[in-house]
Design a protein around this ligand. Structure first.
Ligand SMILES: *Cc1c(COP(=O)(O)O)cnc(C)c1O
Length: 501
């Protein structure tokens, strides 16, 4: 461990001070300006460190992390594309960054115009008739979309529709959002080829179905080619089609969910439209709807009056309600706006095409080392089902009669951990749940062929290591600050403070 990897409390030295209050930090000064009633009785137990200690501590801490700015990040279903820095510049322009949400409309016309134009651009990209930019995450968009679905059925007096169909390959947020919205989940199975089984779907359709939630391409990266038939079947039973657009990247400019027959959808601006994500920070999950559902959108919305001025319209009678404070994460909307404008209509098409090309290139280059469960052209991502040769050996007896111990094979977890040693972020693992050793790789369009080739080389090297010496992988990672934390305990009983007080 390096000296400055220490916790900041361990660097503390009693009496050391890292600040100066303009020469006023003399004994008794703070006491003289803080009213007695508000002053604390004892000193807080804070680390006593100098400014340089603080700077080094946090700079080192930041370097223990991994991000798109530090390396290739092929995390499936997450679209960890590079986020151009111009997006950050636009979002930090003082005219935007210093806005207050309670300013009067007259003084924020520019921001409202961006908001309004963003809705129009997203509608054009997706083939929906209108959008709300209020939801603050993909899952929040799902909940909002389902609230719109419910509202639509209730407004028609159709009280029976309380069930939502979700494929078994769905992202976990889909059934969770349905449950939070008070809807019951009915699972439709996938076929051997990874696509929704239309024959399994048919008997599930009746007058209790509010709709179906689908992502296309699905979480296996496969395009649901029977979507036209599925849309007709669901509509014929009175249900609506919800599109989980977190996986929209490969379809950008190529196919529109509106044209596939979807009635409601969300986008993840913090995936497809190049906004930093992954640390659980602010996101944006705009929801688009077909014309007949527009009145059910949540408020507030931005509308343009005949004189060209922009206004905020609050809640109206048919609306599904309010889903966020104010109008969503405007900073994220600005980043996506800058991204869309800088690519333009023509180049946005390339984003999806190159993401698809990269994924297929990796899949074909590695399928002799990793099990490919579904042999088909993929879109932006694909899954392997573990190593072909994991190095496992049964117990046996050598020629000279000495017993040879059994060796456990390397698993997908071991491969993922070993990748960290080579400086790559691991792919998504053990999701979707359709296979036992899933490795889900999504390279995105922002990586050069050289980077992708380097990743392929490392994946092949790891496969060779596994065949030879699975133990090497089981001990990985060997050179990261933290090895294999207990993920369950870390989530359930996080230790968030230094002092036990
Ligand atoms: C990421 C993702 C979501 C959820 O998005 P969040 O912003 O993390 O809530 C939903 N569906 C799919 C397919 C996703 O990949």
């Amino acid at each position: 461990m390096k000296y400055y990897d220490k916790l900041i409390f361990e660097l503390s030295k009693e009496g050391r001070c890292g600040f100066s209050l303009d020469g006023k930090a003399s004994e008794g000064y703070l006491e003289s300006i803080i009213p007695q009633a508000l002053a604390r009785g004892s000193k807080p137990r804070l680390p006593e460190v100098s400014e340089v200690d603080v700077v080094r501590h946090y700079t080192n801490l930041s370097q223990m992390n991994f991000g798109v700015d530090t390396g290739f990040y092929p995390l499936g279903s997450c679209t960890m594309k590079y986020n151009p820095k111009i997006n950050e510049e636009v979002a930090s322009m003082s005219g935007f960054a210093a806005l207050h949400p309670l300013q009067d409309e007259e003084s924020v016309q520019g921001a409202l115009e961006v908001y309004w134009k963003m809705e129009k651009m997203l509608s054009a990209i997706t083939g929906m008739s209108a959008f709300t930019l209020n939801p603050c995450a993909g899952a929040h968009g799902e909940l909002t979309g389902l609230m719109i679905m419910r509202r639509y059925h209730l407004l028609r007096g159709d009280m029976k529709r309380t069930k939502v169909i979700v494929p078994d390959s769905a992202h976990g947020t889909n059934p969770a959002s349905a449950a939070v919205c008070g809807l019951d989940v009915v699972v439709v199975k996938s076929k051997e080829n990874g696509l929704v089984d239309v024959e399994d779907l048919k008997p599930l359709l009746n007058d209790e179905i509010a709709g179906i939630m689908m992502t296309n391409p699905n979480t296996l990266g496969l395009f649901e080619s029977e979507i036209g038939e599925i849309a007709d079947l669901v509509h014929a039973c009175g249900g609506l089609l919800y599109y989980d657009g977190a996986n929209m990247n490969p379809l950008l400019g190529v196919v529109r969910p509106g044209d596939m027959g979807f009635d409601i959808m969300h986008l993840n601006l913090h995936k497809t439209f190049s906004t930093p994500h992954g640390g659980g920070g602010p996101g944006s999950g705009p929801v688009g709807v077909a014309t007949r559902l527009e009145k059910c959108l949540p408020g507030p919305r931005v509308i343009q009056a005949e004189d060209g001025k922009f206004h905020i319209e609050h809640i109206w009678e048919e609306s599904a309600g309010r889903v966020s404070s104010f109008m969503g994460n405007f900073g994220i909307i600005l980043r996506a706006y800058a991204y869309i404008l800088s690519l333009g209509k023509e180049h946005i098409l390339n984003a999806g095409k190159f993401a698809t090309l990269s994924a297929n290139y990796i899949k074909e280059s590695l399928k002799d080392c990793y099990k490919l469960p579904i042999e088909r052209i993929c879109k932006h991502e694909f899954v392997f089902d573990g190593l072909i040769n994991d190095g496992a050996r049964p117990a046996s007896v050598a020629e000279d009669g000495t017993p040879v111990e059994a060796v456990a094979g390397a698993t997908t977890l071991d491969v993922a951990k070993r990748l960290l040693d080579y400086g790559f972020h691991a792919p998504t693992i053990y999701f979707p749940l359709l296979f036992h050793q899933t490795i889900m790789i999504e390279p995105t369009e922002t990586e050069s062929k050289e980077t992708i080739d380097a990743f392929i080389d490392v994946m092949r090297k790891i496969a060779a290591e596994a065949a030879e010496n699975p133990q090497l992988l089981k001990g990985a990672p060997h050179n990261t600050p933290i090895g294999r934390p207990d993920e369950t305990q870390a989530a359930r009983h996080p230790i968030l403070k230094y002092w036990d007080c």
